[in-house]
Design a binder for this molecule. Sequence first.
Ligand code: BES
Ligand code: MN
Ligand code: ZN
Length: 503
Amino acid sequence: MADTPLTLGFASFLAPGRGVLLALCDDKLRLGPQTRKALGKAADRFRRAAAANDFTGKSGSALDIVAPAGLKVARLIVIGTGPAKDRAPLDFVKLGGGAMGRIPGGATAATLLAELPGGALTPEQAADIALGMRLRAYSFERYKTKRKEDEEPKAAKTVTVAVADPDAARRAFAPRRAVADGVDLARDLVNEPANVLYPVEFARRTGALKALGVAVEVLDEKTMKKLGMNALLGVGQGSRHDSRLVVMRWNGGKRGEPPVAFVGKGVCFDTGGISIKPAANMEDMKGDMAGAACVVGLMHALAARKARVNAVGAIGLVENMPDGNAQRPGDIVKSMSGQTIEIINTDAEGRLVLADVLWYVAGRFKPKFMVNLATLTGAIIVALGHEHAGLFANDDKLADQLAKAAQATGEKVWRMPLAPEYDKMIDSKFADVKNTGGRWGGAITAAQFLQRFVQKGVPWAHLDIAGTGMGPPATDLNKSWGSGYGVRLLDRLVADGYEDGGR
Ligand code: BES
Ligand code: MN
Ligand code: ZN
């Protein structure tokens, strides 16, 4: 089945036509003036239905009135927003997600009156609602050819957000649409199975960014060998699929201005290699490229909204398989940095991939800062569950900016420590460093490993997204296994800190 398309647009307040009508009320059941006008006599019906249903308009609740007398629409759904108060932008995004979730799957047309009792929403607020609707509407149906008996067929939808000034709302929505498209792209990549999305195919798909003006370079194994990327190549050497490194560049900033850089772990499938994983839940390891997917989604977002920034995205794409040619525990590889690494556990492969990509990006681009994303450790899930990504940083300013962007977007981070005592845990008997630090503090020793491959003086942050990038609990903004976590967070980081004037 094809993914059900959503057409989202803006119009001015007017008498609603057919389909589903969505309206907003507060906890006193108050409606805005345009909403009262649109409902006409149905406003009275709404009040009686509310009383009959004990609907009080508290935040998150909704009242569904089928075939309301006096209106042409099939359904009137009034969504409670709780007490009137100052709302943050994120509240409107969540409101949009919640509203989208109330529209029945079979409905083909819906109109949301973007108005609170106090009056029409601003263009920005209406655009935030529309963003929430987009984020909620995503589902991954590509491989479903059948429907269950009692399942309603999902219809293509046209959703209209009614506002005071449609042109202004459209202008406000344009950058948000770019971001939503980036999130959906990342989700698609994470949800794809590894027999479809292996490194060469992943690299090929990044080619689509060229149409947006992104320069895309794909480095093959021969080129990486010449560069000395033996840490990355060692991970992929047991796979029938070749490894790739993709470098994406968006130059929307000043000419010659150093870029900001994003690096992603792209392990298209992680069996663990010779240190093979147990069978339970191993299928989840098709998502071990969520960091890379986020970087691609972010580059899409930045280019599509023409962000005034120079940005580099680099992703290391490999498959970690056991095989006669696979890397062994005890093997020692020389990384691009020159440091030698003793492989203790072939399942600690993500850090090996990132070691070479981080070194390469810092050396080639001299970025203002570097943020990497990786589904790096099970230990970060033990520590933080699926709610926060682990944030490790060598730079307080960058960490604070990420925390601020997390607040604004709801893509949460929690700062974790780095310290010499942890670093000692990865000293090796035979080489410069070993790729695991033992049982305790597993997310931290993984971060310490990465830090050894970040040149001094480069502000750097590592986001361990093992818990947030795949399989987080469903929310009003995401029902998908591949969450697209990080695209909105890093888009916000760029917009807040590194664009003149922001957006
Ligand atoms: N990709 C895994 C981490 C992971 C686990 C992501 C569960 C998402 C869900 C990573 O490559 C890995 O296997 N890490 C090991 C490291 C250990 C061998 C030091 C882990 O966390 O167990
Ligand atoms: Mn692993
Ligand atoms: Zn992995």
